[in-house]
Design a binder for this molecule. Sequence first.
Ligand SMILES: [Zn+2]
Length: 134
Amino acid sequence: MRFLFLPAGVRDEIEREARRGYPYEVCGLLLGHVDATRVDVRRTLLGRNIHSTPRTAFELDPASVLAALDGAKGLDVVGFFHSHPDRPAWPSAADDQGAWEGAVTVISAVDVHGACATRGFFFEAGGFHELLAR
Ligand SMILES: [Zn+2]
């Protein structure tokens, strides 16, 4: 069981991006640190969604990944964020398929009015586990 430390400024940035990209999924990388009890997200790096059906899935542009590794400046790439336009902030079947063991996933649900709900998950032992809000 882990706690998610997502500073308000980082959450705002993810939700702003989710609203900007509506009705398509937006995505990016999460930089910070992870240990056995907590996930600390310090920064995001916005990426480009190059999936062929971007309303319901995401695929991060590889150039964004490389840029993140370059710009990490002592932080680890701990996972990814993406949005769910008009769907709840829970991992989808596509998210299950694309998940990486040990990676953090932050999902921001966004609706047509711009309302957001954001949750974090940790993928471990083949499944998503919700991170507890600090
Ligand atoms: Zn998803």
